[in-house]
Design a protein. Sequence first.
Length: 302
Amino acid sequence: MADDETIIRVRGLTNRFGDATIHDGLDLDVRRGEILGVVGGSGTGKSVLMRSIVGLQSPAEGEIEVFGEPTIGRDETEAVEIRKRWGVLFQGGALFSTLTVAENVQVPLREFYPELDLALLDEIASYKVVMTGLPSDAGPKYPAELSGGMKKRAGLARALALDPELLFLDEPTAGLDPIGAAAFDDLTKALQRTLGLTVFLITHDLDTLYAICDRVAVLADKKVIAVGTIDELLALDHPWIQEYFNGPRGRAAVASKEDASAAAQAHAHPTEVTEKATGERSQGGLADNNARRATTDAEGNR
Ligand SMILES: Nc1ncnc2c1ncn2[C@@H]1O[C@H](COP(=O)(O)OP(=O)(O)OP(=O)(O)O)[C@@H](O)[C@H]1O
């Protein structure tokens, strides 16, 4: 399959709740292997779009294809075959509170592969738990015993249970502290690279967009009004896009990314880069980066 293959194709999507039209003729393509960030003001329908693609929301009109297969109107057996190939991390992790982390990870395995024996289920769950950076003793813990960041990782472990090709993440860094959010971004990027995942990532987090997204889709006016790299989006004069990326938080995210990149270069070539890095900013490195992220969090816009 070619790298530029379209993994998700949405055409003419219309969603309504009563008199409210959320999407009106929305089109979107997600390419194989990319992390596509999905942004838009609150209530523009990012989660409804994700729910439509994964089959939890029946659109009023439109076509959706995933892996080249139409997903609307399929019989249950066909739908299951498509669903097996993706994983979903819902907002807040959506873990079953009465199940341990390991049991949560096993839910999709039991659903799609009921023939697996307990020893193999345990082994796969342990592997997924460690893969998401949780300590190996997290498996027997209940969600209530986990921090917010650990819950997100447990939700991710469950989303990865079936070795998906495609991952849906709905605001994965919401509610995490800046260091935890940056660590989750790193994990997402590492999974994309090592497993060749395609990632559909809903976020309000500008740092995440700059740090890991290959392209960004902007929802506004009931449609995807633009898709592209951040530089491509910045060239557009849509007021929401300009306000979002060029507002104070957008500028802080750019500065944060530049600092991180200068710090990384300084680490690789200490003498060569120190002068450049110190010339551009007064303090450097991760602490400064995280301080900026903390500031933007404190503004309450995340
Ligand atoms: N099941 C539902 N019934 C009625 N209205 C709904 C339903 N689900 C979503 N909506 C409405 O659809 C709109 C879009 O919701 P959605 O959750 O997709 O927004 P969003 O862009 O993800 O917002 P946020 O960034 O705040 O999470 C909202 O006005 C919401 O109230």
